[in-house]
Design a protein around this ligand. Sequence first.
Ligand code: SF4
Length: 551
Amino acid sequence: MLHSKGPLLTVDLDGKTTTEADIEDERKQYIGGRGLATKLAHDRIPFDADPLGADNRLFFTTGPMQASQMSFTGRMNATAVSPLTDGLASSNAGGFMSRNFAETGYSALELTGRAEELTIVHVTDEGVEFEAVPDLEAATVPETVEYLEAEHGIESDQSAVIGPGGENGVRFASIMTTKDRAFGRGGLGAVMGSKNVKAITVDGDSAPEIEIPATQAEIHREAATDDHIMKRQGTVAVMDLANEVNGLPSYYFSEQTFEGVEGINGDAIEKKKYKKGTCSACAFACKLPTRDEEAGVETEGPEFEVAMAFGSNSGVDDIVEVMKSNELCDRYGLDSISAGNTIAAYLSSEDEFGNNELIHDLVEKIAYREGIGDALAEGIDRCHDELGVENWSVKGMDFAAHEGRVLHGQGLSYAVANRGADHMYATFYSVEYPLVPEEDALDPNGATGKADALVERENLMALNDTGIVCKFSRDYMTPERYEALFGADFGELLEVGARTVTLERHFNNQRGFDAGDDTLPYDVPGLQEGIKEYYDARGWENGVVPESALP
Ligand code: SF4
């Protein structure tokens, strides 16, 4: 089975020491990416670690596919205990950092402890240097990127950076790379900030030799030549459909259609797109560099989820205003989905939907924890009581756009996912929307009878995060192609995904998570039965992994 190569580099920030460890067994069993990081995190982070304490560990990993030149592989993984969900969480970013990371020669980087001063950790194939940067305190992401370029000649695609959000412990702070790509969900930026690490840089010329089968060329060619709507409109292409099926969260989840959808949909974003955007080596190029000269806004995106959170969910029908919110989140280092949803909660409490000046001001207030921003920085799960609004989150993670009240299997997925109400954990929506070819489509009604399909999709998504293959490759990656690329039976590959999900769940169980956490704030027909079917399919007891089922 194909797997990543190279040792684990541990950086202990307490004593500014580094060690290397041979992790061949783990790499062979878990391939790389999220699987490898989950195994390492499970075995090395104390089960009772404070997410923002020195004993939490932050892992960065790539997979074997980052040695290819195939489309859909310009991504990398980060893993730690999440300050938002309090469970183990992995987050996946696109951009151009993954291949530069591979050039360091390491398959995994681990940060532990806490630096005394704000620090940049420079990792190369010749060693690690620590640079104290007290003057960068509260610097924005662009300011930090400019510093790295001016002082060290380090490009934005060689670094992972936090903004004020991460430094100030915002529970949904992101880690930014290539300026506008984010390890977004789960607040891993706050973990990096809690370690007093402002940035990590990567450089070298020591990428390990990994032979990637020729199937990669076929996939790359199709990605380059296909006419696909995502190449023009990214994920926002689905917005009109979501609205049509009563599945576009609006006005802080109180409504499911948005009368102003035309102002923020795929056509609206396409008008603002000024060039192609992509991740490293990807000919699919689904990214959305956008600008509006009159408003002086330039950003990348928003994607569908952000167009929901800062658009329909905040009562905003102008794509330029959403672009501005998106740009601010990137600048301050905040997950733009959670930031938008949390601000929507505040707008709901104050009856201020559509107030763009307030929205933009709140992004900054959250990043610096000023005024009401201090409460909002805790996320919806922790601040909804103070705001007097409903708690639209699962396991602390606020909801993604794909509507579980309409796509009931997606609702089931939100309830049971280890990462909470997150759409990418299983991407179950993709088989429930009516645009799926009939032979692959599932009836969106009801949560029963879907557990086996959900388990398979969770395992497949974990495999993608492990390989690492972008999840938007779904129209191109057949079971046969996975087998050809990774040199193993598809069932064996899905087992790698299954082991990853099980280890995440087991870690979270040790922190107190059980069936009581697998819930939704709304009714879905057959939810309880669907959850039970899911546990049976996983071999878990009441949401808990029995020791006998541990990989
Ligand atoms: S499909 Fe889009 S998000 Fe995925 S690697 Fe390619 S450009 Fe990046």
